[in-house]
Design a protein around this ligand. Sequence first.
Ligand SMILES: *Cc1c(COP(=O)(O)O)cnc(C)c1O
Length: 398
Amino acid sequence: MNISKIKSMSDKYLLGFYKRFDLAFVKGEDVFVYDLKGEKYLDFTSGIGVVNLGHSNRKVVKALIKQAKKIMHTSNLYYIPSQPELARLISSVSFDGKTFFCNSGTEANEAAIKVARWIGKQISPRKTKIVTLEGSFHGRTIGSLSITGQEKYRKGFEPLMPDVVFVRPNDVDDLRKKIDDDVCAVFVEAVQGEGGVIPLDKEFVEELRNITEKHSALLIFDEVQTGIGRTGKFWGYQHYDVTPDAITMAKGLGNGFPIGAFHLARRFADKVDFGIHASTFGGNFLAVAAGKAVLKSIKGRVLKNASSMGTYLLGKLEKVKNDYSELVSEVRGKGLMIGVEMKRDGDAKRCVEELLSKNILTLTAGKNTLRILPPLTVKKNHIDYFVESLMECLMLIA
Ligand SMILES: *Cc1c(COP(=O)(O)O)cnc(C)c1O
């Protein structure tokens, strides 16, 4: 098969939701992917924050093969022995709680929305309001789209779910104005991903914790992109001196195998009831095997690498910013979740295209941000190569 054949087949048989590059990858190995012709690319997207342990990570592959040979799926009508083991692992790296497994980030947030409303209504029938941030991204299904604070995703689907209020990120006054006793939950990303790699301030997050406690609203961190070591700590919230009431996760949790989860602090767990939510596939044998392999692998060494390589990359990008101050306005991020904010409209997209022509995969985010999400296994020489290539691209578009 060649790319033009794949392209015409895809155009003919797939619903046109995606605008794709003229590329198809057929093999992956750690930080590299290979296209149909066997050409090698440096993947600084991690499949959008998914393959945090690198492509076709050996331990994950081994766990999946071993499990597939035994049993792949029963249903959640029966016990799945490995499910509580993975849930216990999640508790051990976050906070003591109980977990529901699903298949994606948007599903994890749907579960969180439903549980927040369910718990809220036990306090008052009016406690249904959800607060989220402008510029946030929480998914594409109607519930999680409704709490996504970006017009470009919402347009065309109104009316969406009511009772959602948006607060400006890092604006404590706006936060205080908009939270009251009718709020059942606040959703935030520690670092907004799709919104443009925008980290929350310490002061804002601490006020968030205080004010949600005061009004008995759940503080829910959407860790779908920031979780599983992406920011150099296991979870994005761990950069702050707070503990959330719940977290949602997906992307990196299966390192490429679809799995999501909603994890709720134990003190709220007895407020949910049988039958209020379910998933056919959620937490099946294969997904849980992948999740367990990932959680056992994201340990000190991996987190330390993510943190130190992130600092190294950020430092190099600061120099790039100074050398190209007419093009780059800011570099920011945590761990290996990094954004390069461009001054001129369209430049982030141009950088992605120019880097692609040098066989490097990157992403855009927000209005004009080049987003870099390398696997957490990335090494100095990959980063050096990336930064050199980026400088060549900037020279070209200057
Ligand atoms: C990607 C993402 C989602 C949605 O995850 P899907 O698996 O695509 O449904 C939700 N929240 C955040 C923060 C994300 O980055």
